[in-house]
Design a protein around this ligand. Structure first.
Ligand code: GRG
Length: 301
């Protein structure tokens, strides 16, 4: 059977995830209204949904259960959304535009933004833990592995750790390896968790399969950040839906500041090839993961 065009597959996953997110999040008319309204404002109706797309693409390789995939995809997107809210706060990046809308601390206030992030983080684990029962239930031991994977990717050994290093790096001239380490934690850890959680929603993985997915995730995670740095330096705020040129204005080390624009573009191309190579043993089955690597490198926002 011929696979659907990539754009059609992507729109289908995005719509499915949007519906599932709307369902999993607390309703805005439930008390406390303000917090729930701000949580829904944060998560719904925006973003490229790259992490859910990776979950679904990876799950397709392992005959993953659709209900489990939806929960894993939503858990990752909710963690990601919380991180954006906290990252935009005045104590961190101090930004007033996200996904083309005022940031949460601007639309409401700082206390609400803090609570939205806290509540979303807890919500993500509740959503993932729901995989234990009902449709598409996974064995308890598998679910514990998945919860541990998500916690590790989000915590001080992953995204939060990378953010801490990022905040401490302002004004410093980092070496390329140090920059890479920071981004592997800050952005790469959640992208890797997306690929692995998608796979864990399906049949048992072999060690070589796990290794191949790890190599793919590493290449894609770094490519995502290299392209993010390129876009920050070259695109405008309206296209990005967030403030452009912020890295240079904040005196942050980036791939563009260390390598220059042309070498950064070459590096993104090289990482895309590495991502494709890592998938060789999966053959045609890995079509969506290959297409996502291309999207991550070729994206304009
Ligand atoms: C505050 C704990 C904590 C962590 C923050 C994710 C993050 C860590 C900071 C965001 C700042 C930033 C611009 C990071 C670069 C890469 C990145 C995660 C960009 C935003 O992700 P996209 O492009 O956003 O997937 P959308 O809106 O499409 O979901």
């Amino acid at each position: 059977m011929t696979a659907a065009p990539f754009g059609q597959w992507m729109a289908g996953v995005q719509a499915e995830v949007e519906g599932a997110l709307a369902n999993f999040l607390p309703q805005a008319d439930a008390v406390p209204h303000k917090l729930h309204e701000a949580m829904r404002y944060t998560v719904l109706g925006g973003g490229k949904r790259v992490r859910p797309l990776l979950v679904y693409a990876s799950g397709a390789l392992f005959d993953a259960d659709p209900a489990a995939l939806a929960r894993a995809a939503c858990a990752l997107e909710i963690i990601h959304a919380y991180s954006l809210v906290h990252d935009d706060m005045p104590c961190m990046d101090d930004d007033d535009l996200r996904r083309g809308k005022p940031t949460v601390h601007v639309a409401w206030d700082e206390a609400t933004a803090l609570l939205v992030g806290d509540a979303l983080q807890a919500q993500a684990f509740e959503v993932l833990a729901g995989t234990a029962c009902g449709q598409g239930a996974l064995p308890a031991s598998r679910l514990v592995d998945m919860l541990r994977l998500l916690a590790g990717a989000a915590g001080s050994g992953g995204m939060c750790g990378g953010q801490a290093i990022d905040l401490d790096s302002v004004g410093l001239s980092l070496k390329l390896e140090q920059l890479e380490r920071m981004h592997q934690l800050k952005t790469g850890a959640l992208l890797r968790a997306s690929v692995l959680l998608g796979a864990l929603c399906g049949k048992e993985l072999t060690a070589p399969e796990l290794e191949a997915l790890g190599a793919y995730s590493k290449a894609v995670g770094l490519a995502f950040q290299v392209v993010d740095d390129i876009l920050d330096a070259t695109a405008d705020s309206a296209t990005l839906g967030k403030t452009a040129g912020k890295d240079a204005a904040d005196n942050k080390p980036t791939y563009v500041s260390i390598l220059g624009l042309e070498q950064s573009k070459a590096l993104a191309g090289q990482l895309r090839r590495e991502a494709h190579d890592a998938l060789a043993s999966f053959g045609e089955q890995a079509l969506r993961l290959r297409e996502l690597a291309d999207l991550i490198v070729q994206r304009k926002a």
